[in-house]
Design a protein around this ligand. Structure first.
Ligand code: ZN
Ligand code: ZN
Length: 555
């Protein structure tokens, strides 16, 4: 098939942009982009022009003309192919973000070492962009908004991205169809960390639901006798399963279990019969109630047959903010403002853990600045008592597993959080070596975001979770459950094993602003899935318990 001018123009335009990202010869870049512009304006298709005449078309010239002929003959531009091969796909994808030109993308990739849009989004939330030339707060906010918009069109969502929307839709439905049972179910009800589709179970007749959504400008995606799928302003698909009122609770139950859980349940118990509530389903089976977020691994059924499950941790069980950044490194607010926000939100203490010196991109603290910060915290503590600010650091785990300061400096902190932030591309062997060395360091009290993953954006370095948990348990190191909704790292799927090993976890917001405290909510939801109780969580310690924990040293 003949290659159109549009395709040829786009090839040169992309080539120019990629060369710009790679910092290649500006004259060449200019000639490719103006050729692209000229080709786009041509009224005649290039494939219809005799080959030898192409070289003389206005705005094209002999060298680009030869490349055009190559595209027409082979369907490919080798230079483009070559440069695409040496650019990470996520970096190329950044070109779709409005407001991010090749120069900025080059900074993002080469200097910030960011290779995907999701990572870039996370860097915005850590205020990392503002530290680079050409990126002010306004640019950072623009980029964040555009990425949010872009990601909404991609199909999968963080729980946090759809939470408010799902609640709003639910409330509207309850108000519009008061006589009918309606329940959110599926992945959202199970509090999974990412959501592809929101699901409701209801007895509202499908014709009424369809009419309701049509009149409210939703798009009807699918309509079957007992199922409706619509989408609205947020692009996530909203699915409705319609059941007779008497089957409502059993359907809600069935759709808020993992497949493995439901299969085991159906093997073990007789068929589900209509009931008045989900609780009745458990009563009839002589099993203590299992909340939807825990209906994952079928092992839990056995446990709930023997005894009631212990009460899960809740937001109000969090007594202090552990792991937060101030404007001394890459946070937005002063320590005083962050402390005052803690006080007004009812927290008993704040653990300030700015970045360490190797994290130069985050304005990490030199030894000198640590001394200054500690004096400042002493002064604040005298003023804000009984509230207390603990002196901490989020200390980089260096390439060989050493921490970022001397023992002498490390011993001046109340609490050291050790995290990996650099050279994330490594084998499991390398990653484990690095982590285990850091865990053995007697100054490490908390292992921060243990895999470095960013949900829907970056897998994180490979780790052997069992060995990691065993080592932390052995050395009395707490593993963080980083509550940022894009991290939720450590993964809740490993929490049960961790609790079995008597490991302490800590639900930490990793806050880079006062707003960041709210992320604890997502950490709590993830912790609930792992069966965590308040007693298993360090940030549930009262101030008094925290002081004791710190003075005990570890192990
Ligand atoms: Zn970190
Ligand atoms: Zn942090």
């Amino acid at each position: 098939m003949a290659v159109s001018n549009e395709v040829i123009a786009e090839s040169f335009s992309l080539l120019a942009k990629l060369m710009d990202i790679h910092g290649e010869n500006p004259f060449k870049i200019k000639s490719y982009s103006s050729a692209s512009f000229s080709i786009d304006k041509l009224t005649e298709e290039l494939h219809a022009i005799p080959r030898e005449k192409i070289l003389t078309v206005k705005g094209i010239g002999p060298s680009i003309g030869k490349q055009i002929i190559e595209i027409l003959d082979t369907g490919e531009l080798p230079q483009l192919h070559e440069i695409i091969n040496k650019t990470p796909p996520g970096v190329i994808e950044m070109l779709r973000i409005k407001g991010l030109g090749p120069k900025k993308i080059s900074t993002v990739w080469k200097e910030m070492e960011i290779e995907s849009i999701g990572e870039l989004m996370y860097a915005c939330s850590e205020n990392r962009l503002m530290l680079y030339k050409g990126f002010g707060e306004k640019t950072q906010n623009n980029i964040r908004d555009t990425i949010t918009f872009y990601m909404r069109s991609q199909g999968s969502f963080l729980f946090a991205e759809v939470e408010g929307y799902v609640h709003t839709i639910h409330k509207l439905l309850r108000e519009s169809f008061p006589g009918h049972p309606i329940s959110v179910s599926g992945a959202f009800r199970r509090q999974l960390e990412t959501i592809d589709q929101a699901l409701w179970i209801t007895s509202v007749p499908i014709s009424d639901l369809t009419a309701y959504f049509q009149s409210n400008q939703f798009q009807i995606e699918e309509e079957k006798p007992t199922e409706l799928v619509v989408s609205g302003s947020e692009n996530i698909k909203l699915q409705f399963q319609i059941v007779p009122p008497e089957s409502f609770h059993t359907r809600v139950f069935e759709t808020s279990c993992s497949d493995a859980f439901l299969e085991k349940w159906n093997q073990q118990f007789t068929n589900l019969v209509p009931t008045d509530s989900e609780e009745m389903i458990f009563k009839q089976a002589s099993v203590h109630f299992i909340p939807a977020p825990l209906r994952e691994d079928p092992e839990i059924i056995e446990k709930a047959m023997q005894a009631p499950l212990p009460p899960l941790i809740k937001f109000s069980d969090i007594k202090g903010i552990v792991h937060s950044h101030s404007n001394w490194s890459d946070g937005l607010h002063t320590i005083e403002d962050m402390a005052k926000a803690c006080i007004s939100q009812g927290f008993e203490y704040l653990v300030i853990s700015d970045h360490s010196k190797s994290a130069f991109y985050a304005n990490g603290l030199s030894e000198e600045r640590i001394r200054e910060q500690h004096l400042y915290i002493d002064e604040l503590n005298a003023r804000l008592a009984p509230f207390h600010i603990f002196k901490s650091i989020e200390c980089d785990i260096l390439n060989d597993g050493r921490l970022d300061y001397s023992d002498q400096i490390l011993s001046t902190f109340d609490l050291v959080i050790a995290s990996v932030h650099s050279n994330l591309k490594m084998s499991e062997e390398k990653a484990m070596g690095r982590l285990l060395t850091a865990i053995q360091n007697p100054h490490t009290r908390i292992l921060g975001h243990p895999t470095g993953r960013l949900l829907l954006s970056r897998a994180g370095y490979p780790v052997d979770h069992k060995t990691l948990i065993d080592a932390c348990a052995e050395h009395g190191v707490v593993i963080e459950l980083n509550a940022h909704p894009r991290r939720l790292d450590m993964d809740w799927r490993w929490l049960r094993y961790a609790l079995k090993k008597k490991l302490m976890i800590s639900i930490d917001p990793d806050a880079h602003s006062i707003n960041g405290y709210h992320d604890i909510h997502y950490g709590v939801l993830a912790a609930q899935k792992g069966g965590v109780t308040a007693a298993d969580n360090l940030s549930s310690f009262t101030l008094k318990q925290m002081v004791e924990f710190i003075s005990r040293k570890r192990g």
